[in-house]
Design a protein around this ligand. Structure first.
Ligand SMILES: [Zn+2]
Length: 427
């Protein structure tokens, strides 16, 4: 991805640097050739060279670009789970994924970690973004997901004679789990996404208290993936599934819904980040009826919402790490609503806005293993910066509306925001 050349100084804004410290009012961020050379109080800023470009934050908030830590580029706002698989051919889904990636960037997310994609779309989407063919977040790709046969993602009964190979690699036993990871190695993914447990979305056979992979399968996935320097994550709702994942050596836990004390201890001891993705549960409960979700599914999402909220609070209060990501791409949880996750955690889980912003920036970069490159606004880091018109700490909901964004920068280049639109002439 190209970076800017020359010097830009962002002035007249309050700096939230992503490290969780007190915001700095009247701050300056200086960017040289796409990297930050200074971020701090204006009073201590180095003198600017005469030809430096000035970018006025108009008293707004300057923060790191957001990181979506559980992103499905190929989910195209489906109203039914089975539409995730073969509703459209892969050619069309690829185009939709490119549009989703552009939207994510416009919504202030300069980086994202995939939580699974149809076929190998996200690997190639990442390449197109990196080579500046299409706009989008800096991406960590995961390609197809792995699930046990008969598990959450294996919903076509055999008489239909329809496989699931576009969306998931289905495995029986440790050998097949290893074979599936080896396929993904060749595909070029960075993350292996698995399904240790079921979900409220499938109440009959694979609900949120069901296991969908054995410990042996999960352990085989981790051994093989780590051998090839890939990371492993998994959809973990049921308590036993969370423990299996932590004991098997998972690098992150998706959802981490029903944590007991032992699970929490394991998580903290390994400092494994969890990505709750809870707004999806909230909106499934709030709007499920409208979209025809069965009552058993809505009830399951309610239980998940309560359990997940409690676990997220406990993890953060105990010094653990949370990433912010949201399973966007369902009809009631569409692409574009990404920052609803952040407001949700403030309003409904009770976290402080600064805590949530640290989760959504620094921790997101840590999950991607790229915290040395971005995630905070500090000298030496890439200038992936979001400038918001208004006080984000006082009102985190400002992030929900991209019309509030003055600029979304990647490597010092303004990619989106109102400053990219023609400005009215000065009177
Ligand atoms: Zn997901």
């Amino acid at each position: 991805m190209k970076t800017a050349s020359g010097v830009t100084a962002i002035t007249h804004g309050t700096l939230v640097d992503g490290n969780g410290g007190k915001p700095i009012s009247d701050a300056v961020v200086v960017v040289q050739d796409g990297r930050i050379t200074y971020a701090g109080p204006a009073a201590k800023a180095p003198p600017l060279q005469a030809d430096a470009h000035k970018l006025d934050a108009r008293g707004g908030t300057i923060l790191p670009g957001l990181v979506e830590a559980h992103y499905h580029a190929t989910y195209f706002n489906v109203a039914a789970l089975e539409d995730l698989d073969i509703k459209y051919p892969v050619e069309y889904v690829t185009l939709l994924a490119a549009a989703n990636a552009k939207l994510l960037l416009e919504c202030g997310y300069t980086a994202a970690r995939s939580g699974g994609s149809l076929f190998n779309v996200d690997v190639w989407l990442k390449k197109a973004i990196e080579e500046d063919h299409v706009p989008g977040p800096r991406l960590s790709a995961s390609g197809r997901e792995i699930c046990g046969v008969g598990g959450l993602m294996d919903w076509n009964p055999d008489y239909r004679k329809i496989g699931m190979e576009g969306l998931v690699l289905l495995v029986n036993g440790a050998d097949e789990a290893r074979a599936a990871v080896r396929k993904l190695v060749k595909d070029g993914v960075e993350w292996v996404k698995t399904y240790p447990t079921g979900d409220a979305a499938a109440p009959d056979t694979n609900d949120h208290h069901t296991l969908c992979m054995t410990f042996e399968e999960m352990h085989a996935v981790v051994q093989t993936a780590h051998n090839h320097n890939l990371k492993v994550t998994g959809h973990c709702r049921a308590t036993e599934g969370i423990k299996n994942a932590l004991k098997a050596g998972y690098d992150t836990i998706e959802h981490g819904t029903f944590m007991d004390n032992e699970a929490l201890d394991l998580l903290l001891k390994r400092n494994t980040p969890a990505v709750p993705a809870l707004y999806f549960e909230y909106v499934s409960v709030e709007r499920g009826k409208e979209f025809g979700l069965p009552q058993a599914v809505i009830d399951g999402h309610k239980e998940t919402l309560e359990g997940g909220g409690e676990s997220a609070r406990r993890i953060l209060k105990a010094g653990g790490r949370l990433g912010m990501g949201g399973d966007y791409g369902f009809a009631w949880n569409p692409h574009g609503d990404y920052a609803h996750e952040l407001s949700f955690f403030v309003k409904h889980v009770g976290l402080a806005p600064l805590e949530v912003l640290t989760c959504a920036t620094r921790t997101g970069a840590e999950i991607m293993g790229r915290e040395k490159e971005f995630g905070t606004l500090e000298a030496g880091k890439l200038a992936d910066i979001l400038i918001v018109d208004g006080d984000v700490i006082a009102n985190i909901s400002l992030l929900e509306d991209r019309d509030n964004f003055l600029a979304v920068m990647q490597g010092g280049i303004v990619k989106a925001g109102t400053l990219t639109k023609p400005q009215p002439a000065a009177a």
